[in-house]
Write a protein that binds this ligand. Structure first.
Ligand code: R5P
Length: 290
């Protein structure tokens, strides 16, 4: 059984890098739409009897990405692929892990149900596990969860002197704590109060020395950037020398990067979502996991 890797547009660079690293065949898949908007998908290689790896991050455009993955996986099986493995460097929908208000859709469950039916295994990096303890809470298929904290720590050790790390809220503290341990520096957690998706406030819970330090604010996701902005405001007031925001998944909605840079905050992301701020490569993590 040959292994073939493809992508559906969001993760082309990382799919090609992985193919080169592992010495496996990369094939591009034709994906477009008919004039009425219906999806058009075509494989350009023989899949019968082979294992197909689909590399697709769920950003940009999470709904379209999910839809494309399902069509791609079903078509691969229809064409005789023996196994279809999804590598989703960023897995969307995970923050909607409960019904926060009556009548809401628990999107993470719906996404997992659809993928359970279409693929044989999912590999992802730092999914937003908060109320779920593990991916097994929603997936029936085998899952593998990788973490970018090792490559982020490596980057910090090499590039930032005299750092202290802040997790801007309790959910992000798991990453902040693990990275700080590897770097060997102090870490604290801020308490975030979210009033709406664009209005948050934060304050430090466990005091550490911020004054004169190169502060690294670590979060799994930066979306609108408000969480980072508020944490940075507090860190500045406490005398931070410089502020760098590092995220695993840079979704960067509503001009988040520009908003942060305007306030003097440096923004760095891993390449789970392709973006100009990608400075930390996760392809090594993925190739080790395969
Ligand atoms: C939330 O639970 C996540 O860990 C991030 O803190 C959140 O998604 C960031 O969102 P925003 O950038 O819109 O404040």
């Amino acid at each position: 059984m040959k292994t073939i890797i493809t992508d559906l547009g969001n993760s082309t660079k990382i799919a090609k890098a992985l193919a080169r690293k592992l010495g496996i065949a990369y094939t591009n898949t034709t994906l477009s739409s008919f004039p009425d908007g219906d999806i058009y998908l075509k494989y350009n290689t023989k899949l019968k009897g082979n294992k197909l790896i689909i590399m697709q991050s769920f950003q940009p455009n999470s709904d379209q990405s999910l839809f494309d993955i399902i069509f791609a996986a079903e078509t691969a099986k229809d064409l005789g692929a023996k196994r279809v493995i999804l590598i989703a460097p960023y897995l969307a929908y995970m923050r909607q892990d409960k019904r926060f208000n009556p009548g809401e859709c628990i999107s993470s469950r719906v996404m997992a149900k659809l993928l359970n039916n279409s693929i044989n295994k999912i590999i992802t990096i730092d999914p937003h596990l908060h109320r779920y303890r593990s991916l097994k809470d929603i997936f029936k298929i085998p899952t593998k969860k990788l973490t970018a904290s090792t490559v982020i720590a490596k980057y910090l050790k090499k590039n930032i002197k005299n750092p202290a790390i802040i997790g801007p809220d309790w959910e992000s503290f798991q990453w902040a704590e693990s990275i700080a341990k590897q770097v060997g520096c102090e870490v604290t957690c801020f308490k975030k109060t979210r009033y709406s998706s664009r209005h948050v406030a934060s304050k430090m819970i466990k005091p550490i020395q911020i004054k004169g330090k190169n502060i690294i604010i670590v979060d799994d996701i930066i979306s609108t950037g408000h969480t980072i902005l508020e944490a940075a405001k507090t860190a500045k007031k406490l005398g931070a020398k410089s502020i760098t925001a590092i995220c695993i998944h840079g979704l960067f909605m509503e001009g988040a990067v520009e908003k942060l840079q305007k306030k003097g905050i440096k923004v760095i992301s891993t390449n789970t979502v392709e973006h100009a701020t990608n400075k930390i490569d996760v392809s090594e993590l993925i190739s080790e996991a395969l």
